[in-house]
Design a protein around this ligand. Structure first.
Ligand code: KG4
Ligand code: ZN
Length: 335
């Protein structure tokens, strides 16, 4: 039996990533992060596209070298079709299409958020269907009912900001560089999560809202800075711990509600914010109390990576779900 060797490319935002998957095993997964955005407090789309054009060839070559794979071994090329930043997606998409045409191998398009969920099928333990996945990233916050590898339904999502965005926008208010999520997580380890309370917008059902917290933090800081210009510096750990506590409580409350209503006890988290230590800890604790089997991805598969694109493409390959070279890239692709 010939092996199924997939080269996958992810370039939806500010990470340029390439992975090789052989018969369903991710054997290399390499990512070039873009430091250039740190100083701007967020991703600058034009700069992200330019960095992708610089990084894509070296990253693909390194991923192939690490997996000991040459052009003639490749069975298919996969890429993130959307959602994401148009210029960023175009760099990875056009590269994948060109390479598929040059090597005369099939092309596989992958949905970025579906791939975050399927990151759970890279390594053991793997969730059993049906399971719920709280998918939390810089652009999305969703509860996904996963019925099968390629059959998913969004049963709840944010009405405004994403959870990662709430972390990053708060970090900007605290004068921390982008992306602020990992830094808030770091400072929060040394702070008191109950030091400050922030107003939350209550949303019915399984949807989320994070814009209220962001505004509440902004007003709180403006008030405190008036009486103490060093307020942020003096209380950074407590502020971070309290903000993190507020965001994670909303996430945990909603996934608990979904699990109870749907009577499902296979619960997973995915996306960049699933790297958050408090979310990982609380999910494990709540899971133990509720007899859930919980699934938390390895750090390298939480934030954007091509390994998750490769595993999704492997499942599509087995179903002959190939795509034509003229499929459009979609910045706002629906699941
Ligand atoms: O999935 P991802 O890499 O990219 C998107 O698809 O958006 O997620 C990036 C997001 C950013 O908002 C970043 O701040 C957040 O994930 N993030 C974290 C942590 N690590 C990454 N947020 C909180 N705590 C972390 N440890
Ligand atoms: Zn992502």
């Amino acid at each position: 039996m010939p092996q199924i060797v997939i080269l996958a490319i992810e370039s939806s935002c500010d990470d340029t990533s390439a992975a090789i998957c052989i018969d369903g095993k991710v054997v290399s997964n390499l990512t070039a992060n873009q430091k250039i955005h740190e100083q701007y407090g967020g991703v600058v789309p034009e700069l992200a596209s330019r960095e992708h054009t610089k990084n894509i060839i070296p990253v693909v070559e390194a991923a192939m070298k690490k997996a000991n794979v040459t052009n003639s071994d490749i069975s298919a090329i996969a890429f993130t079709r959307g959602p994401g930043l148009m210029g960023s997606l175009l760099v990875g998409g056009m590269f994948a299409k060109s390479m598929a045409q040059a090597l005369n191998v099939p092309l596989i398009d992958v949905h970025h958020m579906q791939a975050h969920v399927l990151a759970h099928f890279i390594d053991e333990p793997m969730p059993k269907f049906p399971f719920l996945c709280l998918t939390v990233s810089g652009g999305h916050t969703q509860i996904v009912l996963v019925k099968d590898y390629l059959n998913m339904e969004i049963i709840g999502e944010t009405l405004d900001d994403a959870a990662g965005e709430a972390f990053d926008k708060t970090a900007k208010l605290l004068n921390l560089p982008y992306p602020g999520g990992p830094l808030i997580d770091k400072y929060a380890q040394l702070g008191n999560p109950l030091a400050y309370k922030f107003a939350q917008t209550n949303v019915d059902g399984l949807n989320f809202s994070f814009s209220g917290i962001k505004t509440s933090i902004l007003y709180f800081l403006q008030k405190e800075l008036k009486s103490n210009p060093d307020f942020i510096k003096d209380n950074l750990n407590d502020i971070c711990a309290s903000v993190q506590h507020a965001i994670i409580s909303i996430l945990i409350k909603k996934i608990h509600k979904a699990a109870t209503e749907l009577n499902i006890n296979e619960i997973a988290i995915a996306g960049g914010v699933s790297a958050n230590s408090e979310l990982r800890k609380q999910l494990t604790e709540v899971g133990l109390n509720n007899n859930w089997n919980t699934y938390i991805p390895d750090f390298q598969y939480c934030t954007d990576n091509a390994g998750m694109i490769a595993i999704t493409a492997f499942h599509k390959f087995q179903k002959n779900m190939f795509t034509s070279l003229n499929i459009p890239i979609e910045a706002r692709l629906l699941m």
